[in-house]
Ligand binder design. Structure first.
Ligand SMILES: [Zn+2]
Length: 148
């Protein structure tokens, strides 16, 4: 049986934890705002983003928590808002566009690329590049998109 004091302590701990979670959420959102701000300040003519299947990714129990914490929806809505404000064309790449699998140097397509492969090594031209940088360069040149 719990005493009144134990129950009050429990409530206090719960409130404390909730406050910490709230603080973390604020830090994450603030970080996103800063990133978006720094992106639009470079005044690009356009920004291309991937149309991630977030709902599908959320079904993967290994990824769901990390994805929820990344605030992808929040990032996209903030970016959309700022692009509109600054007259930057926001391009949404076609969902089937294989930005990670294409070599940004020679255009060859890699078939066996795992999520754990952080470095892209091209089988055709030998290019060795950070996976995300390679995808970003491809997205920059992607012609299959819709405007947000
Ligand atoms: Zn290549």
């Amino acid at each position: 049986m719990t005493t009144a004091t134990e129950s009050t302590n429990c409530d206090k701990q719960r409130t404390k934890v909730q406050k910490i979670f709230h603080k973390l959420e604020c830090i994450r959102k603030d970080y996103i705002k800063k990133i978006v701000s720094s992106l639009v300040k470079t005044k690009p003519a356009s920004i291309t983003i991937e149309d991630l299947n977030i709902q599908g990714m959320m079904k993967n129990r290994h990824l769901s928590k990390a994805i929820a914490q990344q605030n992808f929806y929040y990032f996209r809505s903030k970016l959309t808002e700022k692009c509109l404000q600054f007259g930057i064309e926001l391009r949404i790449a076609n969902r089937v566009y294989p930005s990670s699998k294409i070599c940004s140097e020679c255009g060859a397509k890699k078939k066996d690329l795992n999520l754990s492969d952080r470095v892209y090594i091209c089988p055709a031209c030998g290019l060795k590049i950070d996976r995300d940088l390679n995808a970003a360069i491809n997205l920059k040149h992607c012609a299959h998109y819709k405007v947000a």
